[in-house]
Design a protein around this ligand. Structure first.
Ligand SMILES: [Zn+2]
Length: 115
């Protein structure tokens, strides 16, 4: 079971699905490519199930691969992998300050989704 130890010593399980500590970072210039691929997959799918399967493949298996980010729920640090298959993180980002009520990135995202 893949895990990573944060610099604060918290152990983060990377194999939980869905993982509330995991984010896929989508580079804005790739959004059009991603949407085009989804539209194309929808056109070619013979059923909703086939489209759903293709959509998951686009996010998890095909190119462009997404930069993978994990948030440590203990210290708020972001651990960035170039892609999910990379053996080591490329960057570690430590949160400098918190404005407002959200204390973690996942709680900020949940707040946006709820509104
Ligand atoms: Zn941490």
């Amino acid at each position: 079971m893949p895990k990573i130890r944060c610099l604060c010593d918290e152990v983060i399980n990377l194999s939980v699905i869905p993982n509330k500590q995991e984010f896929k970072l989508i580079w804005e210039p790739l959004i059009e490519t991603l949407i085009d691929s989804l539209v194309n997959a929808h056109r070619q799918a013979k059923s909703d199930e086939e489209f759903e399967e293709e959509a998951y493949k686009l996010f998890y298996l095909k190119k462009p691969k997404f930069t993978q980010v994990y948030e440590c729920h203990n210290c708020g640090r972001l651990i960035v992998f170039g892609s999910a298959s990379d053996p080591e993180p490329a960057f570690w980002f430590q949160r400098e300050s918190v404005e407002g009520e959200a204390d973690l990135l996942c709680s900020l995202v949940e707040k946006i989704i709820d509104n």
